[in-house]
Ligand binder design. Structure first.
Ligand SMILES: Nc1ncnc2c1ncn2[C@@H]1O[C@H](COP(=O)(O)OP(=O)(O)O)[C@@H](O)[C@H]1O
Ligand SMILES: [Mg+2]
Length: 208
């Protein structure tokens, strides 16, 4: 008899927010925390996705939509196979995000909210400086639209909360939705007798 309390329900945490709002930073800590809960995690970060899935794509609305469609497709495949997925792309268009929501099971949209001035101040990649000088056309928030989510599952405000606080908000929601296994220690899968036999076998094989 297979006895398991494992849930391993696939889900996708879909971040959206301006460049420099904190999507990648929060993703990395979230990945660690979800892994600690015994899950396989994949992050689809904008830069990595563009390099591997969309190297010929630019930043027109059409190209941005294709980029999001491709990320969503990968998330869909992974999610339906029980993986915890994290998408960390600007995804500025509401409609493209809604399409992703329709495609992917257990979709959790997280609006990484941060005022443009703060993102400009942070200027993690030095891109705002160039964009404000007009050197990068079609830069989200400066010369290209960003459509805020109307009804995201979670809003994190990275100018007001720490990375840990934002991650905890997300974990709390994932717990509420039943996408993560309960935190309490699981009932042992083996009876003490079975456990002893396993130990003996491992010892015989020289593994312990
Ligand atoms: N509460 C916070 N959450 C996330 N990032 C924060 C926060 N406070 C400050 N930061 C900083 O903001 C920057 C966000 O950059 P990054 O994660 O690369 O943004 P994005 O991936 O959205 O473009 C990092 O330098 C990070 O250290
Ligand atoms: Mg990023």
């Amino acid at each position: 008899m297979v006895e398991s309390t494992k849930v391993n329900k696939g889900f996708t945490v879909w971040f959206t927010g301006l460049s420099g709002s904190g999507k990648s930073t929060i993703s990395c800590l979230l990945e660690k925390k979800v892994q600690e809960r015994g899950r396989n995690v994949e992050i689809l970060d904008d830069d990595v996705a563009r390099t591997n899935l969309g190297q010929y794509l630019g930043f027109s609305k059409q190209d941005r939509d294709i980029n999001i469609q491709r990320i969503a497709f990968v998330c869909k495949l992974l999610t339906r196979n029980g993986v915890a997925c994290i998408s960390a792309a600007i995804s500025p268009y509401r409609e493209a995000r809604e399409n992703a929501r329709q495609e992917i099971e257990n979709f959790v949209e997280v609006y990484v909210k941060c005022p443009l001035e703060i993102c400009v101040e942070r200027d993690v990649k030095g891109l705002y400086k160039k964009a404000l000088k007009g050197e990068i056309p079609g830069f989200t928030g400066v010369s290209d639209p960003y459509e805020e989510p109307l009804n995201p599952e979670i809003i994190v405000e990275t100018n007001k909360e720490t990375v840990e606080e934002s991650v905890n908000k997300i974990l709390k929601k994932l717990d509420e939705l039943g996408y993560l296994e309960p935190r309490t220690p699981a009932t042992p899968v083996y009876t003490p007798d079975e456990e002893k036999k396993v130990q003996e076998r491992l010892s015989r094989l020289g593994y312990i």
